[in-house]
Design a binder for this molecule. Structure first.
Ligand code: FE
Ligand code: FE
Ligand code: FE
Length: 163
């Protein structure tokens, strides 16, 4: 009889997905940071790039907890979001709307991460993995905070453009 896959397997699959997603994000940030025009926005991105490195380390700790080697599984959603970011940066490179566009794509990335970490946290709870829950909640809080900050920056960028 084939072994049935369980929530544990799903948890590890999704852990691999978000691990790959974060690593892709880290690689995508420098280009976005370079493209951004406003110092305040640049700083926000730089800070979150650093946070993302910590997030990768947290994921590696969770892989340790579940006794698996830290390995990603290609996340096509993040791949697509990064492609969109590149498109915006190319199409709006000379535009006063560039920062607004980069912020919007970054926010889509945060929303994907929030969805993933929210689910992982819920499953970790159900699986009784309390240490993993704590680590996932730390990251989830960072992603939400970044999302809020990006909303503020988006409003400012839009206002500047209107002025
Ligand atoms: Fe992240
Ligand atoms: Fe994915
Ligand atoms: Fe993030």
């Amino acid at each position: 009889m084939a072994t049935q896959k369980s929530l544990d397997d799903l948890f590890i699959d999704m852990l691999k997905d978000v691990y790959h997603a974060e690593k892709q994000a880290i690689r995508a940030y420098p280009k976005m940071i370079k493209a951004i025009e406003t110092d305040e926005v640049k700083k926000a991105f730089e800070k979150h790039r650093e946070e993302t490195e910590q997030q990768v380390e947290r994921l590696e700790k969770i892989f340790e907890i579940v006794g698996k080697s830290a390995r990603g599984k290609p996340c096509e959603a993040m791949q697509g979001l990064i492609e969109e970011a590149k498109e915006v940066m190319e199409d709006f490179s000379d535009s006063p709307a560039l920062d607004a566009g980069v912020i919007a794509t970054a926010q889509a990335i945060e929303h994907y991460e929030i969805a993933r970490y929210g689910t992982l946290r819920t499953w970790a709870k159900q699986l009784g993995m309390n240490d993993a829950v704590k680590l996932l909640e730390e990251t989830l809080a960072e992603e939400k905070k970044t999302d809020d900050l990006l909303t503020k920056l988006a409003e400012q960028a839009a206002n500047k453009k209107a002025a």
